[in-house]
Design a protein around this ligand. Structure first.
Ligand code: ZN
Ligand code: ZN
Length: 75
């Protein structure tokens, strides 16, 4: 009987873990450590803001970066 539970566990494991390959566009939320899309402006899990728009060039930059890497804000 226990073999059925083991098989069910394996099937569920592959269903959840192996379902999505190619996680190149994913990164971990710095707040809740859940997987999120790399381009997300805010975390879909904890709703915290992750990116901001540079006032100068309009590009998305990481909220933890003080300066924009795309243009030279600092002078
Ligand atoms: Zn989060
Ligand atoms: Zn910029």
């Amino acid at each position: 009987m226990i073999i059925i539970y083991i098989m069910l566990f394996i099937i569920l494991y592959y269903f959840f873990e192996g379902g999505e390959d190619g996680n190149k566009n994913e990164e971990l939320c710095i707040y809740c450590k859940k997987k999120i899309n790399k381009d997300s402006i805010h975390c879909t899990n904890c709703n915290k803001k992750l990116k901001r728009v540079c006032k100068n060039c309009g590009k998305l930059i990481d909220i933890s970066w003080r300066d924009c890497p795309f243009c030279d804000e600092t002078k």
